[in-house]
Write a protein that binds this ligand. Structure first.
Ligand SMILES: [Zn+2]
Length: 133
């Protein structure tokens, strides 16, 4: 399934106003295991929901769970086997640290660089603060 199709699916049937007010939810990891590898099949979907660059999320995730991996066709392929709890947990940590605004708790933020310092800039409340990537 390609990305446009996913997008259409996600939006179909949801009235516009509801969609705006919809609570922010991180999609649960969908994965399967192939030999000694764990494949997160909805990785790009997760990244587009949390509005972050898949490369940046992958880098964090690999470091957090301590393995190597590659991205391919919207999936993330990890060396080793991991449980859903581990994977959902590390993505939640990423979101808590780098997506949710620590001032207003909304996810409407962007990561920007100011003088080579990574900052969170919140579109909802206007806060900006330094983060450690
Ligand atoms: Zn905010």
């Amino acid at each position: 399934m390609d990305y446009d199709e996913l997008l259409k699916r996600g939006k179909s049937g949801i009235p516009e106003q509801m969609e705006e007010k919809k609570r922010f939810e991180i999609p649960a990891v969908k994965k399967h295991t192939e030999g000694k590898k764990t494949i997160i099949t909805n990785f790009n979907d997760i990244c587009s929901t949390i509005n972050r660059d898949p490369d940046a999320v992958a880098k964090y995730l690999l470091r957090d769970i301590g393995t190597a991996g590659v991205r391919a066709d919207g999936r993330l392929i990890l060396n080793g086997s991991f449980t859903n709890d581990e994977l959902n947990g590390t993505i939640k940590k990423y979101v808590d640290n780098y997506v949710i605004c620590k001032v207003c708790n909304l996810p409407d933020t962007n990561i920007i660089k100011v003088d080579r310092i990574d900052m969170i800039k919140c579109d909802a409340c206007g806060a900006s603060y330094q983060i450690k990537m």
